[in-house]
Design a protein around this ligand. Sequence first.
Ligand code: C5P
Length: 219
Amino acid sequence: TQPKLFAGKRMLITAGPTHEAIDPVRSITNHSSGKMGYSIAQTAIAMGADVTLVSGPVSLAHPTGARTIQVTSAAEMLAAVEDNLNGQDIFISVAAVADYRPAQASQHKIKKSTASLTITLEANPDILATVAARTDAPFCVGFAAESENLLQYAEEKRRRKHLPLIAANIASEALGQDDSSLVLLDDAGSHPLPQGPKLTLARGLLLHIARMLDQQQAA
Ligand code: C5P
């Protein structure tokens, strides 16, 4: 049995990709299976947390015991996160949010032709940075999937978004796989979690968060 380290704690987790509509049948998205976020949600529940999971479109079963809210776009994900932020102790942003969306989604299916097609994109809001900037922000944890300069880019992201903790992984290793590896970055430095099942990594990440919260309380 797992120690109920998060008993009485409320945790908000985002997971999966977002889909940004081009027209009724097409969208822009990121590759993301949702497995890491769902593994964290499942493990957090086992550790006693009250979990709200805001999920983009994935083909995974809802974790038993979590309140799951399904969304499609980044705008919907931000709205669901803000609607459920009140009273949260911890926010773990695992979702692979699309950075851009088509400036205008076509109401009807765009007809194909041999001519090239230009779609104008506009930036999506950064959900994690928006939450972390609030004066009443919960303990915020980010993810950084990088294809190169992993630790440098992840640490820059952590500082830019004002996060106490970020989990870095190599994008090509993690995507869609059951196994991955993570490096946790915080003010104390880097803490590697060795290659293993995402459920094991989730447990390592959550134990690290519990230790940081303990230290915060002791300080
Ligand atoms: O800047 P980048 O997208 O690489 O940052 C990744 C982290 O930020 C992840 O934790 C991701 O969930 C979060 N994010 C977000 N909203 C965005 C983009 C990223 O919450 N629009």
